[in-house]
Write a protein that binds this ligand. Sequence first.
Ligand SMILES: Nc1ncnc2c1ncn2[C@@H]1O[C@H](COP(=O)(O)OP(=O)(O)OP(=O)(O)O)[C@@H](O)[C@H]1O
Length: 269
Amino acid sequence: MSMSKTPILCVEHVGMRFGGLTAIADLHFDVREGEILSLIGPNGAGKTTAFNIMTGFLKPTQGRVLFRGRDLSKVKTNDIARLGLARTFQRTSVFADDTVLDNVLIGLNRHGAPSLFDRLLPTPGARRAEAATRARAEAIIELVGLAHRAGEKAGALSYGEQRLVGFALALAIAPRMLLLDEPVSGMNASETQGFVRLIRKVREEGVTILLVEHDMPMVMEVSDRIVCLNYGRLIAEGPPAAIRSDPKVIEAYLGKSAAKLEQKEPAHA
Ligand SMILES: Nc1ncnc2c1ncn2[C@@H]1O[C@H](COP(=O)(O)OP(=O)(O)OP(=O)(O)O)[C@@H](O)[C@H]1O
């Protein structure tokens, strides 16, 4: 696989304090265009805080995050999606009473919404645009593997399937980069396997992926690179093999989930 060295997102000496507590200190690394990078670390290491800063949701108290050269703390929330940065949520964020198809249509229409005029007086052009939007929604649903569920209310789906709808909503903005918050938590083994294949497919389309995830076998399998945090600091950065055997990483996880980290068998084919 050819991966560019060009950074798409640069975390530049980021620090985050909450009152007297330092949640993140001098965090500095790049995410390269087209890679799958995972952020790991024991509970309380600062992953969620870092994730929220990298999505522009939180403004750091030190340093900055550049996405495609733009300082995220200076970009309005709505414009962040327009720049091509999408995120998913740990808790599902689907519209339970709408069908899977309608959920994705809502997602598509939120960005590049038809004008009021188009909706009141649909011209042939507007009708064609609507058909194209529908075709895109169907393609996204197909991609995430929910074509057979497209007509069902999202609330009737299993938890794992609802998370796929959330993923489809993130894809609807045609992102250049996706940040995934514990994407496989609550998924069963076969759903997790399916999800690994899915994010690889999305990456093949050129989308850069960053995930925060606790499922170590999944992280080790899917990541090109891993950044490990402990007590808000970066303690190791590198490919899975190097991270797995890094003494600092092993020590950080000791007494927490060292067993999980050392689990050797590839859980996902
Ligand atoms: N809004 C906040 N106000 C005060 N302290 C916070 C806030 N958010 C996070 N913290 C603290 O910052 C530290 C890092 O928390 P964070 O949630 O980022 O870690 P994490 O690695 O995501 O943990 P977990 O794996 O348990 O989700 C913790 O000590 C936490 O209590």
